[in-house]
Design a protein around this ligand. Sequence first.
Ligand SMILES: [Zn+2]
Length: 390
Amino acid sequence: MKTAINNIKIFDGTRIAWECGSVLFDESGILAVGEGPFEAEQIIDGRGRTLTPGLIDGHVHLGTLGAMSPNSSESELVQSGALIAAQAQQVWSCGITTMCNCTTGANADIHVRDLIRGGLIPGARIVACGCGICITGGHCWTAGHQCDSELEALRAAREQLRLGADFVKLFATGGMGTRNSIPNVAQLTEGQMSAAAEAAAAVGAFSRAHATGLEGAKRAVRAGVRIIDHIQMDEELAAMMAEAEAFYCPTIVTRYNILHTEDPRYQYMRAKADSGDLDRKKRALELCRKHGIRIIAGTDAGPNDMTPLGSSLWTELNLYAEFGLSPVEALTAATSGAALALRIEAVTGSVAPGLCADLAVFDGDPTVDLHALNTLAMTFQSGIMRWRRM
Ligand SMILES: [Zn+2]
């Protein structure tokens, strides 16, 4: 069905393209963007409203924590898959139309991604990696291939790619969520990450690395990893990332929540956090600006209820603004910037003819004040209205 949203302010993924423009689309994609107004079977009055591309959460963990290894049981796989299918619809209420899932046990994300992609179930787009790659006993080992040599890392990467992973997830350092893991200690070697990154590149996939310590992050950049997650970077790492054209995924909201949680279940994580962490995250965003490092917005939401899927992306973007990004820069990181990092820029992330009609409509104007994200009125996925505020 052809839909027109007329007379609306349009943020196209990088800039305010129209103060008062119109968009025409259907299930096949965006048909026209212009002054309008357009005629269509369904016409929505956009006056006073703002339209953006559907939002992208560039770092989530979907599914259950029960399904935690490549060899998980069938029932765990089914449970995790059912949960992911529900989560892929739930996030529409926050304007999210794409998520990058950065490790789930049993590869359930890859299976659900294929059901959504094949049109068998409706849901937000999922960019999936399945199980991650770590050292034996390393961060996230319960959901990963445990590899202690370059050959093992190479084989694990190829197994994930054979299953259909869009990218390979590497655990370059320890982390917060795994008990007894020391966050800043380097884990996978540069050689292991090179082997996995090259295997991914050989089949047109990419790689990304969890890195909370500088040594691990630098190994990942030298290994040619495309996206570096979490790191509180220093000047040297920033220069290396700029040179390598690597992307940065900040996931500030998770660290913010860990630092502020009173929940007894998460005190083991809080004990690993440092009160200077948020200042160093702010510094990382300043270094991105200084060195021209591109940002993919991401939350690390999902593995626990401390950082819920969906609304945490709004908090994340507000933290970017608090730490110096303009609302338009923050929105770019959650739309076209994220799409570029994930290599789906020809599919989604921008309001442009030919792309999928993944769109969000706000009653307020998040391009001026990101608090207006909570005025979300409608979410369209591939041209179909999937959520509307009652
Ligand atoms: Zn993560």
